[in-house]
Ligand binder design. Structure first.
Ligand code: SF4
Length: 560
């Protein structure tokens, strides 16, 4: 019997996230490809965190028992992670060089890796030398070839959507081996490629260069994959593997850079998903092209459908990159500041209503990329003015994502590398600081003002006597609660304030038997002295409690 190990070193790309609690598409497809090639194979899924925690035992298994180890990794859009971090090429190389068993390397890492934005992303041949097979096409396809006896050091083959539909279902069992199961968000693919391939695409983006014009996966294939994950206990899904969800099923996506959306296809897709998996708790999306929303009236119906079929807290991430028209032209960017303002207006009109979990149904997010080709210092001031306009006009924006460009192999950014990141490093820091201090907090306060109740916040880590949690979904808000709460539980949180990227809140209600005095002192009329006194008195019933606090606070406190 063939024994295969899939080592998930985590992936982070503009169109696809696979860092816990998100589980990317790659490991599931690879598992399915192995079983499709060899029904008798035994497939084990392991995360890089499990290897970090118990390197000796994991390597022993890979060396002594396994016949094949598949490494999946690579980060092109490094973010701030709450629980963990993707493995670096160095870490991958170090682990791989200690494994004698044949190894395959695949995932975004073959095109480069960026742990910190603005750093050039060359991957040296030394990394590839450690592996028997390196997949420059689709790793699942390379694994399928290997299992079927077709070995080549460099594999460029690609899979079809027919294969994806089959492998995704066959490989869905790996979710149960994920250390975070069942609290994982399954990333789902709806398409790949980008209509902007018609003109070469944005200077920094790998999508059109790797995948060309869009190809859409059938709604049946997508729904069947979700059904099989759902039957295995998954309830959180993000349709995040695509360049633009608004154009799913568009008939002219291969002919026009700003294609016409197909609302009927979106309806069909979501209806089918709900029919197959009626108990889904989170269904979100990710990237959307604001130029399509602004310039194609059919988009309204698509956005209405997203509000109707998806769960609250959903986000459409808009890639603006810069509002400076000259820099946009030099980098072949299509979207203008005007497009974004119009798209914000449309999405806010349709999506700002609050849902059951305390978050608006659907909000936009905006991405900026810094250090672009030929940019001038003025761009930073223009972009700040643009953001101030958003504030002034009262829009709701879930988050502003600012990152230094990742210079990926094969993109037009390679002409200049990180020249402008270095040249404008002071301006970049200035811009980030301004956004963090003057833009983010205002936007966050608009969405979750003091007094908002956020339902089902999942507690994830405890650091420095604070508990950090998030709701499940696309770009969930980080919630900080004073004190050490049990990790891995759902709590409701009453928002008491906010920083630039996170809100500060207290459990709602506060359980006196396990409360931290810092939680109680945040309640109106309370202070540290009163909080400590309340906890030391240990009231046993409501009467005793009423003698210690104002009766208006009773709804916020629980005795047990
Ligand atoms: S619109 Fe630009 S950034 Fe987005 S996928 Fe297409 S080429 Fe890439």
């Amino acid at each position: 019997m063939m024994r295969c190990v899939i080592l998930d070193c985590y992936t982070d790309e503009p169109a696809g996230l696979g860092v816990p609690p998100y589980l990317g598409t790659y490991p599931r497809y690879v598992a399915g490809a192995i079983l499709d090639g060899n029904q008798e194979a035994k497939v084990t899924y392991v995360t890089i965190d499990q290897v970090r925690d118990n390197t000796k035992r994991q390597l022993e298994y890979m060396n002594e028992e396994a016949d094949l180890v598949v490494f999946i990794g690579g980060s092109h859009t490094p973010g701030r992670y709450l629980r963990t971090r993707p493995a670096t090429p160095r870490e991958i190389s170090k682990i791989a060089s200690r494994i004698e068993t044949p190894k395959i390397l695949g995932g975004p890492i073959v095109a480069g890796h960026s742990q910190v934005g603005g750093v050039e992303n060359s991957i040296t041949e030394d990394l590839f030398d450690v592996f028997e097979v390196v997949s420059f096409g689709d790793v699942e396809r390379a694994v399928y070839d290997y299992v079927n006896g077709k070995e080549s050091k460099r594999n460029y083959s690609r899979r079809t959507y027919e294969e994806v539909d089959r492998w995704a279902v066959l490989g869905s069992f790996v979710v149960k081996e994920h250390p975070c199961y069942p609290f994982i968000v399954c990333e789902i693919e709806t398409s790949r490629g980008c209509p902007r391939a018609l003109s070469g695409g944005c200077s920094f983006c790998i999508e059109p260069r790797r995948y060309g014009l869009p190809e859409f996966r059938s709604e049946i294939g997508i729904a069947k994959e979700i059904a099989s994950l759902y039957q295995r206990g998954c309830k959180y899904f993000r349709l995040g593997r695509q360049s633009d969800i608004i154009i799913y099923g568009s008939e002219d996506a291969r002919k026009k850079e700003v294609p016409t959306p197909n609302p009927e296809m979106i309806e069909r897709l979501f209806l089918r998903i709900w029919r197959e998996a009626p108990g889904i708790e989170v269904l979100h999306v990710d990237n959307a092209n604001p130029a399509v929303i602004a310039r194609r009236p059919e988009s309204r119906k698509v956005i209405e459908a997203l509000v109707r079929y998806c769960t609250p807290g959903n986000v459409l991430a808009f890639g603006l990159e810069t509002s400076d028209p000259e820099v946009a032209e030099r980098n072949n960017l299509l979207t203008t500041g005007e497009d974004v303002l119009k798209a914000l207006r449309i999405v806010n009109e349709i999506g700002q209503r609050k849902g059951w979990n305390g978050m608006p149904m659907l909000l936009p997010g905006i991405n900026f990329v810094l250090g672009l080709k030929g940019e001038t210092p003025e761009r930073y001031f223009r972009d700040l003015e643009f953001l101030k306009k958003i504030i002034k006009e009262g829009y709701l924006v879930r988050r502003i994502n600012v990152r230094e460009v990742a210079v990926l192999k094969g993109t037009a950014m390679q002409e200049v590398g990180n020249l402008f990141v270095k040249k404008h490093s002071n301006l970049i820091n200035y811009f980030k600081k301004k956004v963090r201090e003057e833009i983010d907090p205002v936007l966050l306060r608009r969405i979750t003002p003091k007094g908002t109740i956020l339902r089902e916040v999942f507690t994830e880590v405890v650091r420095n006597n604070w508990t950090f949690g998030r709701q499940f979904g696309s770009y969930p808000l980080t919630v900080k609660v004073p004190g050490r709460l049990e990790v891995g539980k759902f709590i409701d949180v009453l928002v008491m304030g906010n920083g630039s990227r996170s809100v500060i809140g207290i459990p709602y209600p506060i359980r006196l038997s396990e409360a931290d005095p810092r939680q109680i002192e945040m309640l109106p009329g309370m202070n540290r002295r009163k909080a400590v006194k309340l906890l030391s008195k240990r009231p046993r019933n409501e009467e005793e409690l009423m003698r210690l606090v104002d009766r208006k606070l009773l709804p916020f406190l629980e005795l047990s």
